[in-house]
Design a protein around this ligand. Structure first.
Ligand SMILES: [Zn+2]
Length: 351
């Protein structure tokens, strides 16, 4: 009998059919480097006077991964009649910014959101928004560019968690700028909900037998994206007032998430002449275009002015980053940060 095992690794290198004993390895593999208490202390130092410890603690109770997962399940049930009750969340550090779902139909299915994903996405948004806001400030311009480059080069390509030193640089950069912190945090949660919903969508498609053939895996990805974005937009539109968890102006955050992957692949191409081959996943730009087709539908009706404004500033910086990386690379100014041998070794390793 054919083993019915489904592992969807998102936006990454691998799609693999695995034997069930891999379950434990995946489910419990990795370690945890997260330290909420320390994170809070450092936040307080950098934003002293703006938050109290109690405010921060309340914020962490309202916004956390488990809570968001609960909301995603609630909306899946409401919108698609599928609760995905048995799906659990895994959240260790497995050195990947790609989230995935593991479903072997014997063990409980789980969705993995890596700690690396969390810290990288929030850092990316902080540095991009700060850069966009203070574009004319040469020092901030330069620091933000370097930080995004560091995230792409060291963190995304090599799966290395930002160290405390790096985090301190970033926090110093946005120190006291509560607006940037707020924007980054709000967009971050929208991206988290989108990612979780995308993975639940894979489980739903498997459950309803609507998985696509191996010849067209990209169709399933588009489908999962569209369902996930539908869920995000519904939450944005319906959960208001006291209940509100996602801000309206963050409605284009899933596009930023695609742009994040686009910059990651772009940096890899420019620095290491690498081209990811991933037959399962369509290119981020194509996925983004599909998302635009979703949000342009009449059924999604809400105020989009602030969201468009934020995204347009983001795109300016996104273009600027691409230009600068290419220019600096051509002029040999990035030689010192290249890890070419390591990158070549990675190519030989089949995971
Ligand atoms: Zn997927």
């Amino acid at each position: 009998m054919e083993k019915d095992v489904l592992v969807q690794k998102e936006r990454g290198f691998i799609e693999k059919f695995m034997v069930p004993q891999m379950y434990d390895l995946f489910r419990f593999g990795g370690s945890s480097v997260k330290d909420d208490e320390m994170g809070m202390q450092r936040m307080l130092q950098n934003f002293s006077g703006l938050f109290t410890e109690e405010q921060l603690r309340k914020n962490m109770e309202k916004y956390n991964l488990q809570k968001m997962f609960g909301v995603v399940k609630e909306y899946f049930k409401k919108e698609y009649g599928y609760a995905g009750d048995s799906i659990i969340l895994s959240n260790n550090y497995q050195h990947t910014i790609n989230s995935y779902i593991y479903n072997d139909r014997e063990n409980p299915a789980f969705i993995h959101i890596d700690e690396l994903f969390e810290s990288t996405v929030i850092a990316f948004l902080l540095s991009m928004f700060k850069w966009s806001k203070d574009f004319g400030n040469l020092e901030i311009y330069s620091e933000c560019f370097k930080y995004v480059l560091f995230l792409m080069n060291d963190v995304c390509i090599f799966g290395k968690m930002q160290g405390t030193d790096a985090n301190d640089v970033l926090l110093g950069l946005v120190s006291g700028d509560i607006q940037i912190l707020q924007l980054a945090e709000d967009c971050y949660w929208t991206i988290v909900v989108f990612s979780l919903a995308h993975e639940v969508a894979h489980a739903y498609l498997a459950y309803t037998g609507r998985q696509y053939s191996k010849q067209h895996p990209e169709k399933e990805e588009y489908n999962a994206d569209m369902m996930a974005y539908h869920i995000v937009l519904k939450i944005i539109m319906e959960k208001e007032g006291e209940e509100q968890i996602l801000e309206k102006y963050t409605y284009l955050a899933p596009m930023m998430y695609m742009d994040f992957f686009d910059l990651y692949y772009y940096t890899d191409r420019v620095l290491y002449k690498s081209r990811l081959s991933d037959p399962q996943h369509p290119w981020p730009v194509d996925r983004k275009n599909r998302l635009f087709a979703v949000v342009n539908k009449d059924e999604y009706d809400f105020d989009t002015v602030d969201g468009n404004h934020l995204y347009s500033g983001f795109l300016d910086v996104y273009d600027e980053y691409k230009d600068q990386v290419l220019l600096k690379m051509e002029r040999g100014k990035l030689d010192k940060i290249l890890h070419t041998e390591r990158r070549n070794r990675m190519r030989c390793v089949k995971v």
